[in-house]
Ligand binder design. Structure first.
Ligand code: BDR
Ligand code: CA
Length: 304
């Protein structure tokens, strides 16, 4: 199975991505790392531990950044993911605790131990990955691939007309990752809003898998209310789609282009094609087989 490390700010769709990955036979989760974003980093760490315990995994959790690289600290997105990240539900209190090592050091160690094999899947602000690149000049070479959820290339942002939330939270970090020379694949709003899960889809998930599926359905109500408030009938399959792109890149149309992130002004957080001489091409998912992606998401939850 693929050795995968998910860097996350759980978050409803983060929880969906982590439970999907935990249940998928093609994935071996080597650990989770936490980051500020949908919730504070302390809450993200607790939620990541709770997800590991819920999934019956034994992989470690390492706590990461509490604020962006350069920008001042942010307020968490409680209006989207709820006060504790799991919608209106109180987050479970985990029994375990995080490593003493921080997220960037843990990533560096995992990338060395599994050199050429480790796939990194950041689904929150990409601050921890930027810190790992800053600390270890070998890091970008040691990881097999960085498949991140974030950005919006040819579509509108979801925080501003230009910026997607993860990128908006730490534009400097993503710009650093894009210039690192690592093998990078962007899974942004161009594709993640092509698969919208509606209330009925969560009912189906709960019917397939009353335990985890039912729990996700219960936390999704609040998240779906937010999407309805912005005129969408369902929620984007954001973070799960990054994990799916790790497994099945063939379900996506990938453009290879140098990319940069706007780091100031009105368009801060915008991802765009770049002509900068320090840039090499990275992959960007521009289109996908939405029906196949959605079917793949349900598959590990089907207990029949
Ligand atoms: C991204 O922002 C967060 O709210 C979600 O968890 C996802 O990672 C979508 O823009
Ligand atoms: Ca997320």
């Amino acid at each position: 199975p693929m050795k995968l490390l998910i860097d996350t700010d759980p978050g409803v769709d983060d929880a969906m991505a982590i439970l999907f990955a935990a249940r998928h036979p093609g994935i071996e989760l080597v650990g989770l790392t936490s980051v500020f974003g949908n919730v504070t980093v302390a809450q993200a760490t607790r939620n990541a531990l709770a997800l590991v315990e819920r999934a019956g995994l034994s992989c470690p959790v390492a706590e990461g950044a509490g604020a962006p690289l350069v920008l001042p600290p942010f307020e968490p997105s409680a209006h989207v993911h709820g006060p504790e990240g799991f919608g209106a539900m109180p987050a479970p209190r985990p029994a375990g605790r995080a490593l003493d090592e921080d997220a960037a050091d843990f990533m560096i160690r995992m990338a060395r131990d599994h050199a050429g094999e480790l796939v990194l899947c950041p689904v929150g602000p990409i601050t921890n990955v930027a810190e790992a690149i800053q600390r270890d000049p070998e890091f970008a070479r040691n990881v097999k691939q960085i498949v991140f959820m974030g950005g919006a290339l040819d579509v509108r942002g979801n925080v501003t007309p230009y910026a997607e939330a993860n990128t908006w939270h730490d534009p400097h970090a993503l710009d650093l990752v894009l210039g690192s020379g690592a093998d990078v694949l962007m899974v942004g709003l161009d594709v993640t809003l092509q698969v919208l899960l509606e209330a009925g889809d969560f009912d189906r998930l709960a019917a397939l898998c009353p335990g985890d599926g039912g729990w996700l359905r219960d936390m999704a109500g609040f998240y779906l209310d937010f999407y309805r408030s912005i005129g969408l009938t369902g929620c984007g399959l954001h973070d799960p789609m990054a994990v799916i792109a790790c497994l099945r890149p063939d379900l996506f149309t990938i453009e290879y282009t140098p990319l940069e992130v706007v780091c100031d002004g009105d368009e801060i957080g915008r991802t765009r094609r770049s002509a900068r001489p320090d840039r090499v091409a990275v992959g960007v998912c521009t289109d996908c087989d939405a029906a196949a992606v959605e079917a793949l998401f349900y598959a590990p939850f089907d207990e029949a």
